[in-house]
Design a protein around this ligand. Structure first.
Ligand code: ADP
Ligand code: MG
Length: 729
């Protein structure tokens, strides 16, 4: 009997909620307590230093060495006052998480003791030995140097008595080895391009910012059950497990009441997040049992992304304190919903105008239309790339499945906006435009009426939806670094806006009126990008057909999706916007393919081990119990009647044999496929081999194991079942 399974199930179900000590103060007192924000800067820095730092942050300028020394001194004092003993550069290498290497503040004082010191040069730049981070061949190990450099736009914070300084991470020769560097470059590109266009409507605009509000979905599992599932521990998802009789079909979990153990965990998570300046606001149950969501108030994209990375580590820590493990994997359980990370994205000017918000006046609405249509064109041109930006070994289990956005990028606009766009596409722009008055733009545009976007006009099946004042990129995976999607999106939109600006300038140069020029270009873009617009059911088979007809990217193999990064149009776009060099693109794709292979490789090994050493022995043991029974029945009833009464057992014995045989055969097949794939030199070809030859065996092995789970004596089954993993009491 599998005593371990029963023990852990009992342990999990007897656990009580852990009480959270709430601070006496309100959030406005403890919010940002662990962050070196402007308020702390003002308190700890000399006035001159504070002014210089704030100016550098606001104007995106570099800091002088003297200012850096003063900032480091003030930052150290604040950190020490708040219990820190160490500092670290905190960066986002091309792995799943963040990286840090801690140093204590201590230095020799020359008298046999120590002083705590922190100099500007250590704040601004460091040289972590970087040879073991993925570099896709950019940095050979003999030249292992990589630099981390302070990103002044993201404030330092304290975690676990360590001062963390957000940094970029680049190679000795300047290539980016992280997510933050290209993200910052893409934000700069979209700032420049969007500012030029936004000035048609408001000449005072100096900068356009990109905003991101992520919604993070995740699962919780009790730690005792988690520890009894080697697949969860090692791969983050269950590689086997028959569906629970009850899962999400009653739709009773979504927005349902939150179990008390989970509520306690969420409370502490929010508390910790707020102390770190992560503005989390919304929490609720998700569709699947044990699935939840957390969303902050949106922020500037670079900061929002740092906050998401930080949250993904904080959430795991806090979960442990509540005897949970958090699963950020996109598809921890087959047969029920997976987890995504909706990226709500928008652009806004430094003059306070949100560029995807329709306004009250015709001018506002023309600006709105111009920006929305440019986004549509960018997404259309780069739909394959945007899909590649969210593709991964883990997210592939979710994309295209019934609950997730399909593996085809299209844009949902909703009926009201669709009508306006259709009218614009047909309309005669000559008649539309009339300029009058000295104040600048004055419009009399019946085709651009007051646009009221009804926020309830939503389509949950769209991977990229317009939701009233923003676009929601929903195909992003729950475990992903949002930067990957945000880099592709902001760069593509930057390229598009720059081209739009060039064309409008040309028209203006030829003496056209501004409004006519804008409308003509908008109409041209609408005609060009019309095929990206789809308001129907993204899950339907008809859409797959239709999308293919429209020429949208329909690739379903992840290693092949990555090719989109190296297509001529992507290389042109990334190099022209200054976000990636061609070499960087090549190197990063090598890493993508390598990561893909490694993830599948690990899963295949774990599955092989579980199949051969956990499942088959138990199935055999149960089978021999049945065999024993058959022999005894024959002994009691004699040959003829014995055969009759033992017939049901004989059936079961046979089907167990069938499944055992299939599992053995498929496991051998999988091992063989792996061996062959491992010999392949090219990372791309290797990843393709893993996708085409290793993964299919895994699916077959799982199928037979799940069948055995239904046959074998419940008391013998070694691994916690879905019904036990999925329902927190
Ligand atoms: P829903 O689940 O209905 O999509 P949520 O409230 O869970 O909505 O999340 C919406 C997210 O979108 C939040 O993070 C919110 O701050 C963010 N958001 C709202 N407006 C904007 C905007 N203009 N730009 C970027 N993000 C936004
Ligand atoms: Mg949403």
């Amino acid at each position: 009997m599998s005593t371990l399974r029963f023990k852990v199930v009992e342990e999990a179900s007897s656990r009580k909620a852990i009480e959270v000590k709430m601070p006496a103060e309100r959030p406005e007192v403890y919010y940002g307590k662990h962050v070196f924000n402007r308020q702390k800067m003002f308190e700890y820095l000399p006035k001159k230093t504070y002014d210089a730092l704030v100016r550098a942050i606001d104007n995106k300028e570099p800091l002088s060495r003297e200012v850096a020394d003063d900032v480091a001194e003030g930052m150290k004092r604040w950190a020490i006052d708040n219990g820190a003993r160490h500092y670290t550069h905190w960066f986002q290498p091309l792995t799943d998480g963040t990286a840090e290497k801690h140093d204590a503040f201590v230095e020799h004082d020359g008298k046999g003791g120590v002083v705590e010191e922190f100099k500007g040069k250590l704040l601004v730049q460091q040289e972590p030995d970087a040879s073991s981070f993925p570099s896709g061949g950019i940095r050979n190990t003999f030249e292992a140097r990589g630099y981390s450099a302070w990103d002044i736009s993201s404030p330092a914070f304290i975690i676990d008595h360590t001062l963390c300084i957000p940094t970029i991470f680049i190679s000795y020769t300047g290539e980016s080895l992280d997510y933050k560097t290209p993200l910052l470059r893409s934000l700069d590109a979209v700032d420049k391009a969007a500012t030029a266009v936004a000035r048609y409507f408001d000449p005072k605009v100096q900068h356009v910012n990109s905003f991101l509000g992520w919604e993070q979905e995740y699962f919780l599992v009790d730690e005792a059950l988690y520890n009894a599932r080697p697949d969860l521990v090692l791969t983050g998802r269950t590689l086997m497990g028959h569906e629970s009789a009850k899962n999400q079909q009653l739709e009773d979990h979504y927005f349902g009441s939150i179990p008390s153990r989970v509520a306690a965990f969420m409370l502490e998570l929010e508390l910790e997040s707020h102390k770190l300046g992560i503005p989390v606001k919304t929490r609720h149950n998700e569709v699947a049992p044990n699935q939840f969501e957390l969303a902050p108030i949106f922020e500037e994209t670079n900061l929002a992304n740092d906050h998401n990375m930080l949250l993904m580590s904080v959430i795991s820590e806090v979960a442990r304190r509540h005897n949970f493990r958090v699963l950020l994997h996109e598809k921890p359980f087959a047969g029920i919903n997976g987890s995504g990370k909706h990226n709500n994205w928008s652009l806004g000017t430094d003059q306070g105008s949100m560029l995807f918000s329709p306004g009250k006046t015709a001018e506002d609405n023309l600006q709105f239309i111009v920006f929305v249509v440019n986004v549509m064109a960018a997404v259309y041109r780069h739909n394959a790339l945007l899909k590649a930006s969210i593709a991964s070994a883990t997210n592939s289990h979710r994309l295209g499945a019934n609950e997730a956005p399909p593996a085809i990028i299209s844009i949902f606009t909703g009926s009201q906006l669709s009508n306006v766009l259709a009218a614009l596409m047909e309309g005669d722009t000559e008649k539309l435009a009339s300029l009058s008055g000295k104040e600048g733009l004055k419009l009399d545009l019946p085709q651009i009426p007051e646009i009221m976007i009804d926020n309830t006009d939503r389509n949950r099946t769209s991977p990229f939806a317009f939701t009233g004042n923003r676009f929601e990129f929903r195909a992003v995976g729950s475990s992903a670094n949002c930067a990957c999607a945000m880099i592709a999106l902001n760069s593509a939109v930057a390229e598009q806006l720059a081209e739009f600006h060039r064309k409008v300038e040309k028209r203006l140069g030829a003496g056209e009126e501004l409004v006519t020029a804008l409308l003509e270009e908008v109409r041209a873009l609408l005609r060009y990008a019309n095929d990206i617009h789809f308001d129907g059911n993204g899950y339907s088979d008809e859409w797959k057909e239709e999308a293919r007809r429209r020429g949208l990217d329909c690739e379903t193999s992840v290693p092949l999706m990555f090719d989109a990064y190296l297509s001529p149009s992507s290389v042109k776009m990334f190099t022209e916007t200054g976000v990636f060099t061609a070499d960087e693109l090549l190197a990063r794709n090598e890493i993508k393919w390598e990561m893909y292979t490694k993830k599948i490789q690990i899963e295949a090994r774990v599955l092989g081990d579980l199949a051969l050493n956990h499942i088959l022995p138990v199935a055999t043991r149960y089978q021999s119990v049945l065999v024993d029974n058959v022999l005894k029945l024959h002994a009691i009833f004699g040959e003829e009647k014995g055969a009759k009464v033992s017939a049901p057992d004989m059936d079961t014995i046979e089907s167990i044999s069938t499944h055992i045989g299939a599992i053995k055969e498929q496991t051998a097949c999988m091992v063989d496929a792996r061996r062959k794939a491992n010999k392949i030199e090219s990372e791309r070809e290797k990843a393709i081999a893993y996708h085409d030859t290793v993964e299919p065996c895994m699916a077959k092995i799982r199928y037979h194991i799940d069948k055995l789970e239904l046959i074998v004596d419940n008391e013998m089954w070694p691994l916690p079942k879905y019904r036990e993993l999925l329902f927190i009491r």
